[in-house]
Ligand binder design. Structure first.
Ligand code: FAD
Length: 289
Protein backbone atom coordinates (compact mmCIF):
# COMPACT_ATOMS: atom_id res chain seq x y z
CA UNK A 1 0.00 0.00 0.00
CA UNK A 2 2.80 2.43 0.97
CA UNK A 3 4.51 1.68 -2.37
CA UNK A 4 1.28 2.46 -4.27
CA UNK A 5 0.83 5.77 -2.44
CA UNK A 6 4.45 6.79 -3.10
CA UNK A 7 4.15 5.78 -6.78
CA UNK A 8 1.04 7.98 -7.01
CA UNK A 9 2.91 10.93 -5.51
CA UNK A 10 5.79 10.47 -7.96
CA UNK A 11 3.34 10.28 -10.89
CA UNK A 12 1.66 13.48 -9.70
CA UNK A 13 5.06 15.22 -9.51
CA UNK A 14 4.59 15.75 -5.80
CA UNK A 15 7.40 13.53 -4.58
CA UNK A 16 10.78 14.67 -5.77
CA UNK A 17 13.10 12.84 -3.38
CA UNK A 18 14.44 15.77 -1.32
CA UNK A 19 16.35 14.83 1.79
CA UNK A 20 14.74 15.73 5.12
CA UNK A 21 16.93 17.52 7.68
CA UNK A 22 18.98 15.12 9.82
CA UNK A 23 17.00 16.17 12.92
CA UNK A 24 13.56 16.35 11.22
CA UNK A 25 10.65 16.96 13.60
CA UNK A 26 8.14 15.01 11.48
CA UNK A 27 8.30 12.58 8.53
CA UNK A 28 6.08 14.56 6.11
CA UNK A 29 8.65 16.82 4.45
CA UNK A 30 10.90 13.83 3.79
CA UNK A 31 8.02 12.07 1.99
CA UNK A 32 7.15 15.09 -0.17
CA UNK A 33 8.05 18.75 0.16
CA UNK A 34 5.16 20.10 -1.95
CA UNK A 35 2.51 17.78 -0.51
CA UNK A 36 3.40 18.63 3.10
CA UNK A 37 3.56 22.34 2.20
CA UNK A 38 0.13 22.19 0.52
CA UNK A 39 -1.37 20.55 3.62
CA UNK A 40 0.03 23.16 6.01
CA UNK A 41 -0.67 26.13 3.72
CA UNK A 42 -4.20 24.98 2.81
CA UNK A 43 -5.55 24.39 6.33
CA UNK A 44 -4.00 27.57 7.76
CA UNK A 45 -5.18 29.73 4.83
CA UNK A 46 -8.67 28.20 4.87
CA UNK A 47 -9.04 28.93 8.61
CA UNK A 48 -7.88 32.54 8.08
CA UNK A 49 -10.21 33.13 5.13
CA UNK A 50 -13.21 31.61 6.93
CA UNK A 51 -12.48 33.87 9.93
CA UNK A 52 -12.52 36.87 7.54
CA UNK A 53 -15.85 35.67 6.11
CA UNK A 54 -17.27 35.36 9.63
CA UNK A 55 -16.19 38.91 10.45
CA UNK A 56 -17.79 40.29 7.28
CA UNK A 57 -21.03 38.41 8.04
CA UNK A 58 -21.30 39.93 11.53
CA UNK A 59 -23.69 38.08 13.85
CA UNK A 60 -24.79 35.73 11.04
CA UNK A 61 -21.20 34.55 10.66
CA UNK A 62 -21.27 33.03 14.15
CA UNK A 63 -24.60 31.18 13.97
CA UNK A 64 -24.04 27.43 13.83
CA UNK A 65 -26.79 27.15 11.19
CA UNK A 66 -24.64 29.20 8.81
CA UNK A 67 -21.81 26.64 9.10
CA UNK A 68 -18.88 29.08 9.02
CA UNK A 69 -18.08 28.44 12.71
CA UNK A 70 -17.95 24.69 12.04
CA UNK A 71 -15.74 25.08 8.98
CA UNK A 72 -13.42 27.41 10.90
CA UNK A 73 -13.13 24.97 13.82
CA UNK A 74 -12.41 22.09 11.46
CA UNK A 75 -9.57 23.87 9.66
CA UNK A 76 -8.17 25.42 12.83
CA UNK A 77 -8.07 21.97 14.47
CA UNK A 78 -6.32 20.56 11.42
CA UNK A 79 -3.35 22.87 11.92
CA UNK A 80 -1.89 20.31 14.37
CA UNK A 81 -3.80 17.31 12.98
CA UNK A 82 -2.76 15.32 9.91
CA UNK A 83 0.89 16.38 10.34
CA UNK A 84 1.52 19.41 12.60
CA UNK A 85 1.69 22.36 10.19
CA UNK A 86 4.19 24.32 12.25
CA UNK A 87 6.59 21.37 12.41
CA UNK A 88 6.15 20.92 8.64
CA UNK A 89 7.11 24.58 8.09
CA UNK A 90 10.19 24.21 10.32
CA UNK A 91 11.30 21.07 8.44
CA UNK A 92 10.60 22.66 5.05
CA UNK A 93 12.69 25.72 5.87
CA UNK A 94 15.58 23.63 7.20
CA UNK A 95 15.48 21.41 4.11
CA UNK A 96 15.08 24.28 1.59
CA UNK A 97 18.03 26.31 2.85
CA UNK A 98 20.33 23.38 1.99
CA UNK A 99 19.42 23.73 -1.73
CA UNK A 100 21.83 25.62 -4.01
CA UNK A 101 20.60 28.90 -5.53
CA UNK A 102 18.86 28.35 -8.91
CA UNK A 103 21.33 28.62 -11.83
CA UNK A 104 21.32 31.43 -14.41
CA UNK A 105 20.29 34.31 -12.17
CA UNK A 106 23.19 36.45 -10.94
CA UNK A 107 22.97 36.54 -7.16
CA UNK A 108 20.03 34.12 -7.40
CA UNK A 109 17.53 36.99 -7.33
CA UNK A 110 15.37 37.85 -10.38
CA UNK A 111 14.14 41.45 -10.57
CA UNK A 112 10.55 41.82 -9.31
CA UNK A 113 7.99 42.73 -11.97
CA UNK A 114 7.18 46.41 -11.58
CA UNK A 115 3.44 46.17 -12.43
CA UNK A 116 1.56 45.11 -9.29
CA UNK A 117 -1.63 44.63 -11.35
CA UNK A 118 0.04 41.82 -13.32
CA UNK A 119 -1.08 38.43 -11.85
CA UNK A 120 2.50 37.18 -12.24
CA UNK A 121 3.87 39.90 -9.97
CA UNK A 122 3.12 38.06 -6.71
CA UNK A 123 4.48 34.58 -7.58
CA UNK A 124 7.62 36.16 -9.01
CA UNK A 125 8.13 38.32 -5.92
CA UNK A 126 7.60 35.25 -3.72
CA UNK A 127 10.27 33.34 -5.67
CA UNK A 128 12.70 36.18 -5.05
CA UNK A 129 11.70 36.39 -1.39
CA UNK A 130 12.02 32.64 -0.86
CA UNK A 131 15.57 32.63 -2.29
CA UNK A 132 16.51 35.61 -0.17
CA UNK A 133 15.19 33.98 3.02
CA UNK A 134 16.94 30.71 2.13
CA UNK A 135 20.27 32.52 1.60
CA UNK A 136 19.93 34.40 4.89
CA UNK A 137 19.06 31.21 6.78
CA UNK A 138 21.92 29.27 5.17
CA UNK A 139 24.44 31.93 6.19
CA UNK A 140 23.05 32.10 9.76
CA UNK A 141 23.22 28.30 10.07
CA UNK A 142 26.77 28.12 8.70
CA UNK A 143 27.88 30.86 11.10
CA UNK A 144 26.57 28.82 14.05
CA UNK A 145 27.92 25.51 12.70
CA UNK A 146 31.52 26.61 13.35
CA UNK A 147 31.20 26.70 17.15
CA UNK A 148 28.01 24.66 17.88
CA UNK A 149 28.59 20.92 17.34
CA UNK A 150 25.05 19.80 18.28
CA UNK A 151 22.63 20.12 15.34
CA UNK A 152 19.57 20.71 17.56
CA UNK A 153 21.38 23.55 19.36
CA UNK A 154 22.43 25.03 16.00
CA UNK A 155 18.85 25.12 14.74
CA UNK A 156 17.03 26.09 17.91
CA UNK A 157 17.41 29.90 17.63
CA UNK A 158 16.88 29.72 13.84
CA UNK A 159 13.52 27.92 13.93
CA UNK A 160 11.38 31.05 13.50
CA UNK A 161 13.35 31.93 10.36
CA UNK A 162 13.09 28.33 9.11
CA UNK A 163 9.31 28.33 9.71
CA UNK A 164 8.99 31.62 7.83
CA UNK A 165 10.88 30.17 4.85
CA UNK A 166 8.66 27.05 4.91
CA UNK A 167 5.51 29.20 4.94
CA UNK A 168 6.77 31.35 2.06
CA UNK A 169 7.52 28.20 0.06
CA UNK A 170 3.90 26.97 0.59
CA UNK A 171 2.53 30.41 -0.33
CA UNK A 172 4.69 30.45 -3.48
CA UNK A 173 3.40 27.04 -4.64
CA UNK A 174 -0.19 28.23 -4.15
CA UNK A 175 0.50 31.54 -5.94
CA UNK A 176 1.98 29.71 -8.94
CA UNK A 177 -1.07 27.43 -9.03
CA UNK A 178 -3.36 30.46 -9.19
CA UNK A 179 -1.65 31.80 -12.33
CA UNK A 180 -1.60 28.24 -13.73
CA UNK A 181 -5.39 28.07 -13.34
CA UNK A 182 -5.74 31.13 -15.58
CA UNK A 183 -4.33 29.08 -18.47
CA UNK A 184 -6.54 26.08 -17.69
CA UNK A 185 -9.77 28.12 -17.52
CA UNK A 186 -8.87 30.00 -20.73
CA UNK A 187 -8.25 26.68 -22.52
CA UNK A 188 -11.51 25.24 -21.17
CA UNK A 189 -13.60 27.41 -23.52
CA UNK A 190 -14.04 30.33 -21.11
CA UNK A 191 -11.85 32.99 -22.77
CA UNK A 192 -14.32 35.75 -21.73
CA UNK A 193 -13.61 34.98 -18.11
CA UNK A 194 -9.86 35.41 -18.45
CA UNK A 195 -9.53 39.18 -17.79
CA UNK A 196 -11.85 38.84 -14.78
CA UNK A 197 -9.84 35.93 -13.38
CA UNK A 198 -6.59 37.81 -14.03
CA UNK A 199 -7.89 40.73 -11.97
CA UNK A 200 -9.01 38.32 -9.23
CA UNK A 201 -5.59 36.59 -9.24
CA UNK A 202 -3.80 39.95 -9.04
CA UNK A 203 -6.08 41.00 -6.17
CA UNK A 204 -5.28 37.75 -4.35
CA UNK A 205 -1.57 38.48 -4.85
CA UNK A 206 -1.81 42.03 -3.54
CA UNK A 207 -3.80 41.12 -0.44
CA UNK A 208 -1.33 38.30 0.26
CA UNK A 209 1.58 40.74 -0.20
CA UNK A 210 0.03 43.07 2.38
CA UNK A 211 -0.37 40.08 4.73
CA UNK A 212 3.33 39.23 4.21
CA UNK A 213 4.57 42.84 4.21
CA UNK A 214 6.51 42.52 7.50
CA UNK A 215 8.52 39.57 6.19
CA UNK A 216 8.99 41.19 2.74
CA UNK A 217 10.23 44.46 4.24
CA UNK A 218 12.55 42.78 6.76
CA UNK A 219 14.25 40.81 3.97
CA UNK A 220 14.25 43.89 1.66
CA UNK A 221 12.27 41.98 -0.95
CA UNK A 222 9.99 45.06 -0.86
CA UNK A 223 10.91 48.60 0.13
CA UNK A 224 8.74 50.86 2.33
CA UNK A 225 8.05 53.12 -0.68
CA UNK A 226 6.54 50.10 -2.53
CA UNK A 227 3.68 49.73 -0.03
CA UNK A 228 1.33 52.55 -1.17
CA UNK A 229 1.16 50.93 -4.63
CA UNK A 230 -0.25 47.76 -3.01
CA UNK A 231 -3.17 49.60 -1.38
CA UNK A 232 -3.86 51.60 -4.58
CA UNK A 233 -3.73 48.38 -6.62
CA UNK A 234 -6.28 46.70 -4.32
CA UNK A 235 -8.69 49.63 -4.82
CA UNK A 236 -8.28 49.60 -8.60
CA UNK A 237 -8.77 45.84 -8.84
CA UNK A 238 -11.87 45.93 -6.61
CA UNK A 239 -13.36 48.60 -8.90
CA UNK A 240 -12.48 46.48 -11.93
CA UNK A 241 -14.07 43.35 -10.42
CA UNK A 242 -17.27 44.90 -9.01
CA UNK A 243 -19.34 44.67 -12.24
CA UNK A 244 -18.25 41.04 -12.70
CA UNK A 245 -19.33 39.64 -9.32
CA UNK A 246 -22.31 37.68 -10.79
CA UNK A 247 -19.89 36.12 -13.34
CA UNK A 248 -17.51 35.11 -10.53
CA UNK A 249 -20.33 33.70 -8.44
CA UNK A 250 -21.42 31.69 -11.48
CA UNK A 251 -17.85 30.36 -11.92
CA UNK A 252 -17.04 29.59 -8.27
CA UNK A 253 -20.33 29.36 -6.33
CA UNK A 254 -21.82 26.07 -5.21
CA UNK A 255 -25.51 25.20 -5.64
CA UNK A 256 -27.64 25.81 -2.54
CA UNK A 257 -28.20 22.09 -1.89
CA UNK A 258 -24.41 21.74 -1.51
CA UNK A 259 -24.03 24.95 0.55
CA UNK A 260 -26.81 23.71 2.85
CA UNK A 261 -26.89 26.86 4.96
CA UNK A 262 -29.25 29.87 5.11
CA UNK A 263 -26.30 32.15 4.20
CA UNK A 264 -26.32 30.76 0.66
CA UNK A 265 -30.08 31.15 0.10
CA UNK A 266 -31.56 33.92 -2.07
CA UNK A 267 -34.05 34.64 0.75
CA UNK A 268 -31.69 34.60 3.75
CA UNK A 269 -34.27 35.66 6.38
CA UNK A 270 -36.81 33.05 5.25
CA UNK A 271 -34.16 30.31 5.10
CA UNK A 272 -32.85 31.21 8.56
CA UNK A 273 -36.39 31.24 9.99
CA UNK A 274 -37.01 27.79 8.49
CA UNK A 275 -33.78 26.47 10.05
CA UNK A 276 -34.66 27.46 13.65
CA UNK A 277 -35.76 24.43 15.60
CA UNK A 278 -36.34 25.54 19.19
CA UNK A 279 -39.79 25.23 20.73
CA UNK A 280 -40.83 28.65 21.98
CA UNK A 281 -43.97 27.18 23.62
CA UNK A 282 -41.79 25.51 26.25
CA UNK A 283 -40.48 28.83 27.61
CA UNK A 284 -43.36 31.12 26.58
CA UNK A 285 -46.65 29.30 27.32
CA UNK A 286 -49.27 30.40 24.82
CA UNK A 287 -46.82 31.26 22.08
CA UNK A 288 -47.03 29.32 18.83
CA UNK A 289 -43.98 27.39 17.60
C1 FAD B 1 -8.80 17.27 15.22
C2 FAD B 1 -7.64 16.34 15.48
C3 FAD B 1 -7.68 15.07 14.96
C4 FAD B 1 -6.60 14.20 15.18
N1 FAD B 1 -6.68 12.95 14.67
C5 FAD B 1 -5.65 12.08 14.87
C6 FAD B 1 -5.70 10.76 14.34
O1 FAD B 1 -6.67 10.37 13.67
N2 FAD B 1 -4.65 9.93 14.59
C7 FAD B 1 -3.58 10.33 15.32
O2 FAD B 1 -2.65 9.55 15.51
N3 FAD B 1 -3.52 11.58 15.83
C8 FAD B 1 -4.52 12.47 15.65
N4 FAD B 1 -4.45 13.74 16.16
C9 FAD B 1 -3.27 14.11 16.97
C10 FAD B 1 -2.32 14.97 16.13
O3 FAD B 1 -1.60 14.21 15.21
C11 FAD B 1 -1.41 15.66 17.14
O4 FAD B 1 -2.21 16.57 17.86
C12 FAD B 1 -0.29 16.41 16.46
O5 FAD B 1 0.63 15.53 15.89
C13 FAD B 1 0.43 17.31 17.48
O6 FAD B 1 0.90 16.55 18.55
P1 FAD B 1 0.53 16.93 20.06
O7 FAD B 1 -0.93 17.19 20.17
O8 FAD B 1 1.16 15.91 20.93
O9 FAD B 1 1.22 18.34 20.30
P2 FAD B 1 2.76 18.64 20.51
O10 FAD B 1 3.58 17.85 19.51
O11 FAD B 1 3.11 18.52 21.94
O12 FAD B 1 2.80 20.16 20.03
C14 FAD B 1 2.31 21.21 20.87
C15 FAD B 1 2.83 22.53 20.32
O13 FAD B 1 4.26 22.54 20.36
C16 FAD B 1 4.80 22.75 19.07
N5 FAD B 1 6.00 21.91 18.94
C17 FAD B 1 6.07 20.57 19.00
N6 FAD B 1 7.34 20.15 18.85
C18 FAD B 1 8.09 21.28 18.67
C19 FAD B 1 9.49 21.52 18.45
N7 FAD B 1 10.36 20.51 18.38
N8 FAD B 1 9.89 22.77 18.30
C20 FAD B 1 9.02 23.80 18.39
N9 FAD B 1 7.70 23.64 18.59
C21 FAD B 1 7.24 22.39 18.73
C22 FAD B 1 3.72 22.35 18.09
O14 FAD B 1 3.82 23.05 16.83
C23 FAD B 1 2.46 22.76 18.86
O15 FAD B 1 2.22 24.13 18.66
C24 FAD B 1 -5.49 14.63 15.94
C25 FAD B 1 -5.45 15.94 16.44
C26 FAD B 1 -6.50 16.80 16.22
C27 FAD B 1 -6.40 18.22 16.74
Amino acid sequence: MRRIVIAGLVAAGLMVGHAAPATAFAPWTGVSRPLSAYKAHAVRTAARIIAVCQRHCGYSGHLDANRLAGYFGFHHAFDPAGGDSQLIFYDLGRSLCADPDPPGEPGGLPAALPDVLDPNWWPQLLRTHEQRLAGNLRRAYEARAADTPDDFARWNPLLDAAGELGEVYGARLAAEDVTGVLEVRACAGEPGLRPVLEALAALGGLTAARHWSGSLLAARSLQPHDLPALAEGVDRLCDRLLPHLPQLEEAFGYPQDVVGSPLGAADYTGALDASLTWNRAATHPGATT
